[in-house]
Design a binder for this molecule. Sequence first.
Ligand code: CDP
Ligand code: MG
Length: 140
Amino acid sequence: MAIEQTFSILKPDATARNLTGAINALIEQAGLRIVAQKRVRITREQAETFYAVHRERPFFGELVDFMISGPVVVQVLEGDNAIVRYRDIMGATDPAKAAPGTIRKVHAKSIGENSVHGSDAPDTAAKEIAQFFSDNEIVG
Ligand code: CDP
Ligand code: MG
């Protein structure tokens, strides 16, 4: 299987509850490597660009407000089949529908405040990584 990189965000509901370490432990226990990481406050413009695909959805305004409501941790995760594997580790968007043991089942508060983001495909992973990291910040 191919080694891939995917982009992850620990969202404001997670940083507010001091869950960075707990979520990172689930990521590492599942065999993914955190090869870049920084804690930042993103701007409204960055959040709107990041979630542009959802601009017409009814939850877009709330989603952007939430993503800028507190610090986030942006990460690059690396491993075999990392994009699909991280989606599995995260669990379904709605924590009520997420499988047992997934990050969202264990930690998420609601479908909106659902603790983590993970890229959904190779093209979005590359684009999302490039929005937040330069090559020399990613150290495998
Ligand atoms: O994050 P994921 O790829 O699982 O879900 P998405 O469909 O790409 O939606 C992006 C984010 O929008 C979700 O993670 C939620 O934070 C938020 N969302 C929401 O607030 N209400 C919904 N009905 C769907 C998504
Ligand atoms: Mg998505």
